[in-house]
Design a protein around this ligand. Structure first.
Ligand code: ZN
Length: 361
């Protein structure tokens, strides 16, 4: 037995109650309850009489709190609480161990209650669009089966690296937030096919993005990106959108720049890093006594020309490559500017014809 209620043209408490009575008559055979757009302010506490419920649609109401009886709905697979007045992802969610789809869009959610993620081991889809989230807890990593995560139109300034441990994630929507960067750990999202980052404040994409072998759709329109990490051109994208970014353009000018004076730390670091890469046994042994130095060395970068290492002083260059013919791209994108780092002017003078220094004009 399936009882469904469609939208009525007028709403009244009497109708809501009548519908509930019908649902309750079905008892454990009632699979679906839809009470959307009924101006409900409180969730019906009689839900605990419907242990077989699979789908509960309560969208477009005025619910500000989830009732404790929801914890009895262990068979529930779809819960829609979109367009209500919730202020947090309630702790009670942890009892919904069969839940696959959770819609919480259009609320006033600014936090996850502690433990909220604990029981949602089967969750596949989480829609948090149009809320007030400024941060996401590390516990998000417990949603192990999550495939679709959408947090458009929130106030996120960052995402935790733990989000990148959701290894089944297929789609990640983070449009219209205030993200400044994306963690390098994004490389762990091996299944990711669609990444939407429209209208954020991202300046640099992490190098890890180049390792997303399954990524097919990337939208970074409306950010402040100037160059892409090298290796970006090898992504197997189908669609790539980047309008509204101040991308570097290939407009060569002649400029003279002063050679940098390296700091003592830079000179020593380069010496140590390059001795290490040549496996100098004395330096290799000495470094084990200095974990702090080892830690600093882990920040090393590699010169694109000579292959040697450097630490904090480099020449930022740009290489222009044509976008892959297989990419469906923004109309204005003719050449993809890739960030290339070079260790010195000596190397800069040996560069190829497609490599340019960046001039301040
Ligand atoms: Zn070099």
């Amino acid at each position: 037995l399936v009882i469904t209620f469609s939208l009525f043209y007028f709403f009244s408490k009497a109708i809501t109650e009548k519908m509930l009575v019908r649902a309750l008559k079905g008892g454990k055979n009632t699979k679906i309850v839809t009470l959307s757009g009924k101006k409900i302010t409180k969730m019906p506490s009689s839900l605990d009489k419907l242990p077989g419920l699979k789908t509960l649609n309560l969208q477009n109401n005025r619910i500000s709190k989830v009732c404790s009886e929801i914890s009895t709905l262990t068979q529930l697979t779809v819960l829609n609480l979109g367009n209500n007045l919730l202020e947090e992802i309630p702790e009670e969610m942890k009892y919904l161990t069969s839940l696959k789809k959770l819609h919480l869009f259009g609320n006033k959610i600014c936090k996850f209650a502690s433990g909220a993620c604990d029981g949602l081991q089967n969750l596949i889809l989480l829609n948090l669009n149009n809320n007030e989230l400024a941060w996401i807890p590390q516990e998000i990593s417990r949603l192990k089966n999550l495939k679709y995560l959408s947090i458009n139109h929130n106030q996120l300034a960052s995402i935790p690296k733990e989000l990148c441990f959701l290894k089944n994630l297929f789609e990640l929507h983070l449009n219209y937030n205030q993200l400044i960067c994306i963690p390098e750990e994004i490389k762990f999202l091996k299944e990711l096919q669609k990444l939407l980052l429209v209208r954020n404040n991202i300046e640099v994409l992490p190098k890890g993005i180049c390792r997303l072998k399954n990524l097919r759709i990337l939208d970074i329109a409306g950010n402040i990106i100037q160059t892409f990490p090298s290796g970006f051109q090898n992504l197997k994208l189908r669609e790539f959108y980047c309008e509204g970014n101040p991308l570097f353009l290939k407009e060569p000018v002649t400029a003279v720049q002063q050679d940098d004076v390296w700091s003592l730390q830079e000179i020593t670091s380069r010496f140590i890093m390059n001795e290490l890469s040549e496996k100098n046994p004395f330096v290799m042994q000495a470094i084990t006594w200095h974990p702090l130095v080892k830690n600093i060395m882990s920040q090393r970068r590699k010169c694109a020309i000579c292959g040697k290492y450097f630490l904090t002083i480099w020449l930022e260059c740009v290489e222009f490559v044509p976008p892959s013919k297989k990419w469906k791209i923004s109309r204005n994108l003719q050449l993809v500017p890739l960030q290339i780092l070079i260790c010195s002017y000596t190397c800069f003078n040996q560069r190829g014809p497609n490599l340019f220094g960046i001039a301040q004009v």
